[in-house]
Design a protein around this ligand. Structure first.
Ligand code: GLA
Length: 387
């Protein structure tokens, strides 16, 4: 561990609650290397956690009241531990509240004072919400002297986001934040929920290129895409009843989607080809054929731009700027789209030259300043005792 968010969380804790926190719960954000908009179609994804976190500095309390202060909002909220649904906090606090509701089904929550700080930008497509949920779960579990299994933690955080906050996301982000391993990407089969860790080449770093254009996952376009996939499946099932999700259409059976209405056909084509690209990207990483990633990332970006229609002029410019920069192995938009960030894999020796070039090139193309940083693939969420 070790980040500026930790220091800030500890400092804010002292200011708001007085004294010292007794533990830290830290959960990373993520980039998705490839496999976009496939998780809610039972498909495959390949995210990696990044060295940017949501941190909760916590101290258990005797009274069964959870008090949380979020530095980013300058607000302190209260969630009753014995009836966590009985509070009507501001929107940011709905995420930890939903987690508390899920945990309260499993064990008795105890009181907690917690100061939340983050070095993960909000709304950049780097999963700040999932990181907040997973950090909150760890903090609430720890305060209560309990620990749920890592996979269950990811799943209950996902349920909190879907059922309580009302964002119809897939499981990728919570899994990535909870289960990632340092130096590895996390391969997730979103149907079986099986995962395995794939080492990233030691000579590559992850570069995050944030367009500066914010997005919210809860906006209607994400829900609309999900619905279009459901509609496509319904029509496909009329022809082939065994199809339960777009995962069930194999890449060599693309003819099946030919008769779908144009926009549904393109949505389905993205999901089917993207799932196949995840298999190919995982193989390329495992066999050390890194140069194949360039083509796969680019095909993914084009498919998201043209078939799934979730890219933007800024994301396209950022991808072009990244691909033109020194040391860039591969680049594409990452996350839900409609703004947010581009992920690039960059040769470690070129990282400074890459960052310099992509920043200038993006600003020239868009007259906008992006935000850029590099990261190793990070470890998933964890607790650190301070006593
Ligand atoms: C958001 C969602 C994820 C996933 C991506 C798109 O990040 O939270 O579940 O659907 O969009 O791949």
């Amino acid at each position: 561990m070790g980040s500026d968010a930790i220091e800030r969380a500890i400092k804010i804790f002292g200011t708001v609650f007085g004294g010292q926190p007794l533990f830290l719960a830290q959960a990373p954000g993520r980039v998705n290397l490839i496999g976009e908009h496939t998780d809610y179609n039972d498909g495959l994804v390949l995210p990696a956690a990044i060295e940017r976190h949501v941190v909760i500095a916590g101290r258990p309390m005797r009274a069964a009241m959870i008090r949380l202060h979020a530095a980013a909002f300058g607000e302190t909220i209260e969630i009753p531990g014995d009836s966590p649904a009985n509070a009507d906090p501001p929107r940011w606090a709905r995420y930890p509240q939903g987690v508390a509701v899920e945990l309260a089904r499993r064990f008795r929550l105890r009181g907690l004072e917690g100061a939340i700080a983050a070095d993960l930008p909000i709304g950049s497509g780097l999963s700040s919400s999932a990181a907040l949920e997973v950090a909150a779960s760890l903090a609430f579990e720890h305060a209560a002297g309990q620990a749920v299994a890592t996979r269950e933690r990811a799943l209950l955080c996902h349920t909190a986001e879907v059922d309580f906050v009302g964002v119809p996301c897939g499981i990728m982000d919570q899994f990535a934040s909870a289960l990632s391993r340092k130096g590895h990407a996390l391969f997730i089969d979103c149907r079986s929920q099986e995962t395995h860790h794939i080492p990233l080449p030691a000579d590559l770093v992850i570069a995050v290129c944030d367009t500066g254009v914010r997005r919210t996952v809860s906006n209607s376009s994400y829900a609309q895409r999900r619905q279009e996939c459901v509609d496509a499946v319904r029509l496909l099932r009329e022809r082939k009843p065994s199809i339960q999700s777009l995962r069930d259409v194999p890449i060599d059976d693309l003819a099946l989607i030919e008769e779908l209405p144009d926009s549904l056909r393109r949505r389905a084509r993205h999901v089917i080809t993207e799932t196949h690209r995840v298999v190919q990207a995982a193989q390329a990483l495992e066999s050390g054929e890194v140069e194949k990633l360039r083509e796969l990332f680019l095909a993914s970006h084009h498919s998201l731009r043209d078939d799934y229609e979730v890219s933007s002029a800024d994301l396209d410019s950022m991808t072009d700027a990244a691909l033109a920069a020194p040391g860039c192995v591969a680049a594409r938009m990452t996350g839900a789209g409609f703004g947010g960030a581009v992920v690039a894999l960059v040769e470690r020796n070129f990282q400074d030259a890459f960052l310099q070039s992509v920043a200038v090139e993006y600003a020239t193309r868009t007259r906008r300043d992006g935000t850029f940083f590099v990261s190793e693939a990070a470890e998933g969420a964890q607790i650190l005792e301070l006593t």
